[in-house]
Write a protein that binds this ligand. Structure first.
Ligand code: ATP
Ligand code: MG
Length: 422
C-alpha cells in the first residue's frame, strides 16, 4: 500500500529528540512552581466564538489562520490557535476569580494555525505561556516579563533581546487611531488588500503587516508612545523602573502592536536575531478587561506565549545542548533459558530500587547485545552465562572506563550498582 505522510506543517517528535523537549519542559515546570504559577489544561478545541471574542475579529489569526470546522452536531468549533482565549473562558466559567487572587496560571500546549509552513512556522506547534489575573499594578508586568528572561538566562542563552512598548488604553488608542487613519489615507493605494480593510476596522493592525510595501508605507507612521494618557504614561514608566530594579535590559520599540486585539498598556516581545524572519520567540502583554468579553466581571490580566519550536531553534543555533539522560543503568545479557529467568529477577530488584535496568528480549548473540547496549547508552553491562549461574556470581562492566567487578548474584542490588557507577 502507498505510504501516508504527515500533514504539511506538522512534525513528529521522535524518541531520539524527545529528551530535549522534556529538558525544556522540566525547566519550565520548575520555574513556574518557583514563581507560584499552577498549570491549567483547557480543551484543544473550543466554540469558534471563543477565539473570535478572545483574539479579535480583525486579527490575522481569526481572519486567515484558524482550523475551523462544523462538528457532526452542526456546531462551529475551532482547534485552538493560541492559549489565552480558552483560559480566559475557563477562568470566567469556573469562577476562578473566587479563588485566591491574583490567579497565576501556566500552560504547555499544542496550537494550530493554518499558515504557510517555514522554518519556525508550523501548522501544529507548541506554546508555553502564563496568564495572571487580578493584578493591575506595574510590578506585575515586570514580574511576568522576568520569568522568560530568567528561563533564557538559566539555559545560558545570550543573543535574545527584550522589546517593550505600551499601547495605552481605549482613550489613548482612540486618538492614535485618528492619527493613523490620517497618515495611512495619504498612501492608501499602496497598502495591501488586507490593510485597506484594516484602515477602516483597526488601523493599528497595519503596523503588524508582514508585507514589505506595507512596512515601507508605515515607516514614518505616528507612534503610540506619543499618544499615551497620563495614567498609561505613568504605568509604562513604572514598568521600566521595575525592570531596572530587576536588572533586566530592554529596548523600547513603539512599533510593537502584537497580533491579538485585546492587549492594552504593556506589550513586549523577546526577539532573537539568529533565526531570521521568525525571530520572535515570546510575545505578551496586558489584556485588562478581557474577562468581560466572556461574560465575566472585569478583571485585569497579563500574560505571554512562547513558541517552543522557535525556542529550540534558537538553542540549537547557540549550540546549547540538553543533557543526555541516563535511562539504562544496567543492561543484562542473558545466554539461555535459565539465565533469562535470572535476568528478569535481577532487573526486577534493580527496578524496585529505582535503577534503570533492561535485558535482551530477542535472544541475540552476545556481540549483537553488546552493540545494542552501547547504542542505548547503558552505563553498565553484565553477561549472564552458564558459568556465572553455576558460580552464582555476576560480572559487571562499567562502560565509561571498562572497569569490571564481580559480586554474588544475590548481593547485586540497586545500592551496590549505584555505588559501582558513581
Ligand atoms: P508571528 O508574528 O511570528 O506570526 P504571532 O504574533 O502570530 O507571531 P503569537 O500569536 O504572539 O505569534 O504567538 C506567540 C509565539 O508563538 C510567537 O512569538 C512564536 O514564537 C510562536 N508562534 C506563533 N505562530 C507560530 C507558528 N505558526 N509556528 C510556530 N510557532 C509559532
Ligand atoms: Mg502569526
Amino acid at each position: 500500500m502507498a505510504q501516508i505522510t504527515a500533514p504539511k506543517g506538522t512534525q513528529d517528535l521522535l524518541p531520539r529528540d524527545s529528551y530535549r523537549w522534556q529538558w525544556i519542559e522540566g525547566m519550565i515546570r520548575n520555574l513556574c512552581a518557583q514563581y507560584g504559577f499552577k498549570e491549567i489544561r483547557t480543551p484543544v478545541f473550543e466554540h469558534t466564538e471563543v477565539f473570535v471574542r478572545g483574539v479579535g475579529e480583525t486579527t490575522d489569526v481569526v481572519t486567515k489562520e484558524m482550523y475551523t470546522f462544523e462538528d457532526k452536531g452542526g456546531r462551529s468549533v475551532t482547534l485552538r490557535p493560541e492559549g489565552t482565549a480558552g483560559i480566559v473562558r475557563a477562568f470566567v466559567e469556573n469562577g476562578l476569580f473566587n479563588d485566591a487572587l491574583p490567579a497565576k496560571l501556566f500552560y504547555l500546549i499544542q496550537c494550530f494555525r493554518y499558515e504557510r509552513p517555514q522554518k519556525g512556522r508550523l501548522r501544529q506547534f507548541n506554546q508555553f505561556g502564563i496568564e495572571l489575573f487580578g493584578a493591575p499594578d506595574p510590578i506585575t508586568d515586570a514580574t511576568v516579563i522576568s520569568l522568560p528572561y530568567r528561563l533564557f538566562k538559566e539555559v545560558g542563552l545570550k543573543g535574545i533581546s527584550l522589546e517593550l512598548n505600551s499601547i495605552g488604553c481605549k482613550e489613548c488608542r482612540a486618538k492614535y487611531r485618528e492619527a493613523l487613519i490620517a497618515y495611512f489615507e495619504k498612501d492608501q493605494e499602496r497598502l495591501c488588500g488586507t490593510c485597506l480593510e484594516r484602515l477602516e476596522k483597526n488601523p493599528m493592525r497595519i503596523l503588524d503587516c508582514k508585507s514589505e510595501v506595507c512596512k515601507e508605507v508605515s515607516k514614518d507612521a505616528p507612534l503610540i508612545t506619543d499618544f499615551l494618557c497620563e495614567e498609561c504614561e505613568a504605568h509604562f514608566k513604572a514598568v521600566q523602573e521595575y525592570l531596572d530594579a530587576l536588572d533586566i535590559e530592554y529596548k523600547i520599540n513603539p512599533r510593537i502592536v502584537r497580533g491579538l486585539d485585546y492587549y492594552n498598556r504593556t506589550v513586549f516581545e523577546f526577539v532573537s536575531n539568529e533565526i531570521g524572519a521568525q525571530g520572535t520567540v515570546c510575545g505578551g502583554g496586558r489584556y485588562d478587561g478581557m474577562t468581560e468579553q466572556f461574560g465575566g466581571a472585569s478583571q485585569s490580566g497579563i500574560g505571554f506565549a512562547m513558541g517552543l519550536e522557535r525556542f529550540m531553534l534558537v538553542l540549537e543555533q547557540a549550540g546549547i545542548e540538553a543533557p543526555k539522560p541516563q535511562d539504562c543503568d544496567l543492561f543484562i545479557i542473558p545466554l539461555g533459558e535459565s539465565a533469562k529467568k535470572e535476568a528478569v529477577k535481577i532487573a526486577s530488584r534493580l527496578l524496585d530500587g529505582g535503577m534503570g535496568a533492561q535485558y535482551d528480549l530477542i535472544s541475540r548473540s552476545v556481540k549483537a547485545q553488546m552493540k545494542y547496549a552501547d547504542k542505548i547508552g547503558a552505563a553498565a553491562t553484565m553477561v549472564l552465562g552458564d558459568s556465572e549461574l553455576e558460580q552464582g556470581i555476576a560480572r559487571i562492566k562499567r562502560m565509561a572506563d571498562g572497569a569490571q567487578e564481580e559480586i554474588s548474584l544475590e548481593a547485586l542490588n540497586a545500592e551496590w550498582l549505584e555505588e559501582f557507577l558513581r
